[in-house]
Design a protein around this ligand. Structure first.
Ligand SMILES: [Zn+2]
Length: 401
């Protein structure tokens, strides 16, 4: 894979970082863009392209040849330890060589501090510790919030539309708290094949976008989505558990990158966020697209139940359908408690929180859970009969002769 020297241009009030990529699939451009007013944040190094395209190059087993300068530190970590870590998560990736034209061994981090902001529990928790808390040292207090489009909003034009819609919903809040809100668009997602889907690769994608801003941002706070108890490297469809191990390997001489918030359980983060009145009208935890949280998906459930146990749910009447939650509370509680979520950690956390608050799961919800478990042999037998009947029918329909 050959990566050209990046060019930076201004097009329609946006600053575009563009580099030509030549691979087995032909030639095309990788681009990132931000509003023209953030031009001074954009780097001219090859670091964003290097990290952003490393996994696609490893998937093809092709060495990377870079015509622009890259950070020496990033070169060192991405050549060895990082590729090994990626290959533990995705064993089909192959070790490749990185061949740069120039290494940058000196870099003075710029004074800016940034963090991604999606309106969810993890990013609000970063704000709780680094923006709302008076105890945060100035060098760790965000000067900019960033909203990326590197695959989390879906693919192609649909993803672009959802990205813009979500940004526009969050922008008035960010303006109110007085921070610049950088919308960072990119076509990076189009270089990732299905096997390298977003939940498996979001760490290098998001940090590549952060590295784009190292022209004016010297420290990036990456909001963790798991706590230290889950920290591990293993083959998985989810890269989140390896964040605390991987992210320190992705810093450059010009950008310090920290993975923050691993010290908290998810329920602790939820309650920290519940102390921020600003979150009452903005919190967005849902996996589904919409103006309001659906109050039905697994992320909505784990949040509403934790808030309910702590007696904080009423504050979020704008963000959740509380009438629906209350009408179906026993059903939803039973569904959450019997499902294996996050290797059982989240269920355990919610049970521990209930104990801390002296909160008992209501009897009808417990009965539902008990009945569901008791009916397991019946459901198993039903599935087995269905599968056998299908097999017999397939055999009968097979042409004879
Ligand atoms: Zn939802």
């Amino acid at each position: 894979m050959k990566i050209g020297k990046p060019g930076i241009t201004v097009e329609n009030n946006t600053v575009v970082y563009r580099t030509e990529v030549e691979s087995a699939d032909g030639r095309r451009d990788l681009w990132f863009r931000v509003d023209a007013k953030y031009a001074d944040l954009v780097t001219d190094s090859c670091d964003p392209a290097l990290l952003g395209l490393l996994m696609p190059a490893m998937a093809n087993g092709k060495d990377m040849h870079l015509s622009g300068p890259i950070s020496e530190r990033l070169y060192y970590n991405l050549s060895g330890p990082c590729q090994n870590a990626f290959r533990i998560v995705i064993p089909t990736l192959q070790q490749i060589s990185i061949r740069p034209s120039e290494l940058l061994s000196q870099g003075k981090p710029a004074p800016g501090v940034a963090t991604g902001f999606s309106g969810g529990i993890d990013s609000f928790c970063v704000l709780a510790d680094h923006f709302y808390s008076p105890d945060c040292p100035p060098g760790f207090r965000p000067t900019h919030l960033v909203f990326n489009n590197v695959g989390s909003h879906g693919h192609g034009a649909d993803g672009e539309r959802i990205f813009k819609g979500r940004y526009n919903r969050l922008a008035p809040f960010v303006e109110r708290i007085g921070l610049p809100f950088v919308a960072l668009g990119s076509n990076l997602d189009s270089f990732y094949i299905e096997e390298l889907h977003f939940t498996r690769t979001h760490t290098p994608r998001n940090i590549a976008a952060a590295l784009l801003l190292q022209g004016g941002i010297g420290r990036y706070l990456s909001a963790s989505s798991t706590d230290y108890r889950a920290a591990a490297l293993y083959e998985s469809q989810y890269i989140a558990s390896s964040e605390s191990i991987l992210i320190p390997l992705l810093a450059s001489e010009s950008m310090d990158i920290l993975s923050v918030g691993h010290e908290y359980r998810r329920v602790d983060k939820t309650l920290k966020v519940a102390d921020i009145p600003d979150s009452y009208e903005v919190l967005d935890v849902c996996v589904r697209e919409g103006d309001r949280n659906c109050t039905d998906c697994k992320k909505c459930l784990r949040t509403t139940i934790a808030l309910d146990i702590a007696g904080r749910l009423d504050n979020y009447s704008e963000r959740f359908d509380l009438a629906r939650y209350r009408a179906q509370r026993n059903k939803l509680l039973s569904r959450f408690l019997r499902k294996k979520t996050g290797r059982g950690i989240l269920r355990g956390e919610v049970r521990a929180l209930a104990k801390e608050y002296g909160w008992r799961v209501p009897l009808p919800a417990r009965l539902r859970t008990w009945l569901y478990k008791a009916a397991y042999p019946v459901r198993y037998l039903h599935k087995l009969l269905k599968r056998t009947a299908k097999k017999i029918l397939r055999k009968d329909n097979r042409p004879r002769g």
